[in-house]
Design a protein around this ligand. Structure first.
Ligand SMILES: [Zn+2]
Length: 364
């Protein structure tokens, strides 16, 4: 049993202690061990323990495992066959994260309602052009228009909004396997972004200060522009590549970085800024196109460094008790982008729930 415990805890002694206390009445939010895995399908489910008895070491152990998972909005309609991975990667991320026991997938409910909301956020002429595939505007996102692309964008934006609403409601962590669409401006799209789902959250949660921590490789120009339209929207962009909009704005911060040392300093600045703003919600754009080798990266982060970035962000949000929702943002390497994005879910589970997803677990 101890061999198994060590395997699961990976040196996290607090986890082992938590899971083997003799008082079985406590609830806990960490992953557990033994022969049968029972996934909590509902994010609000209380862990149910089935006490198995004493093992040789004198510790109680249990035969039921509840692994809390990240409540994550996703539907199979999110994906589309885009030439880059931008929308093509979304089903692959969902499938892998689900297989590893990292996510509790939730379908967006109000996809139709989001159409109307987008007409308030963007120029209605642009919304109409995209929804109906009219002219160049419909492809200003640099993606060939199709009904599947349109439907995927709408589902994805609806999921982003509902994930944000759930994070605020539960005062915890949620996600959507969407891109944030941070390049989308008021009048048009750009850089594989159609409608700005990040700004939409601020529009639909006017009572909340919404702070976007944008860690994509590219500057979040669209979201930055929307801070002038939405006074409850804040945007801190840490990027390796400029993407227009060099203006200095009162609720938007830009940090151009190369390498981990500069990145970590910018991250610390972002945390200080967040403490100053005291937002009601953080939206974390967990971009993976800043990883060296992804194809677009000038920030040149190593895989370990981007994992450290995720860990610092989630630990900060957890420690400060700030509701947090994260989205995928960029990441285009055909093979490694999926692994890196799934890694963000793994890190979130480690920070919030103390487990790293399913492993092969056999009793000894
Ligand atoms: Zn990008």
């Amino acid at each position: 049993m101890w061999r198994l415990l060590r395997k699961w805890s990976e040196g996290d002694n607090s986890l082992v202690r938590n899971q083997t206390q003799k008082n079985s009445s406590q609830s806990f939010g960490a992953g557990f061990f033994t022969s049968r895995l029972v996934a909590g399908d509902d994010w609000s489910v209380e862990p149910a323990l089935g006490m198995d008895g004493l093992d040789k070491s004198g510790m109680y152990c249990y035969n039921t495992i509840v692994m809390l998972k990240i409540p994550t909005f996703y539907s199979s309609r999110y994906g589309a066959d885009t030439h880059l991975l931008s929308m093509r990667k979304l089903p692959l991320i969902a499938a892998k994260a689900d297989e590893l026991g990292l996510v509790s997938l939730i379908e967006p409910k109000d996809v139709q309602g989001v159409r109307k909301r987008l007409e308030s956020l963007h120029n209605p002429a642009y919304v109409d052009a995209f929804l109906n595939g009219k002219g160049k505007l419909a492809m200003s996102n640099q993606i060939d228009w199709s009904e599947k692309v349109r439907d995927g964008v709408l589902e994805s934006v609806a999921g982003t909004l509902e994930a944000a609403q759930l994070a605020v409601k539960t005062k915890s962590i949620t996600a959507s396997i969407s891109q944030g669409f941070h390049h989308a401006e008021y009048d048009y799209g750009g850089g594989y972004c159609t409608f700005n789902g990040l700004a939409l959250v601020a529009q639909e949660l006017p009572q909340c200060k919404v702070f976007v921590l944008d860690c994509d490789e590219h500057q979040g120009n669209g979201t930055k522009g929307f801070t002038e339209r939405l006074t409850n929207l804040y945007n801190f962009s840490i990027f390796g590549s400029y993407f227009g909009n060099p203006d200095t704005l009162s609720r938007a911060w830009d940090r151009l970085v190369i390498g981990w040392n500069e990145y970590e300093s910018a991250l610390a600045e972002a945390f200080i800024t967040i403490l100053d703003v005291q937002p009601d919600l953080i939206i974390y754009q967990a971009g993976m196109d800043c990883v060296a080798g992804d194809g677009m990266s000038k920030a040149k982060l190593l895989a370990d460094e981007v994992r450290e970035r995720d860990s610092q962000v989630f630990s900060f949000c957890r420690d400060m008790s700030i509701p947090t929702m994260f989205v995928m943002a960029g990441g285009y390497h055909e093979k490694y982008a999926i692994i890196n994005h799934v890694g963000t879910f793994r890190t979130a589970c480690e920070v919030y729930y103390g487990h790293s997803g399913y492993r092969t677990a056999t009793t000894s």
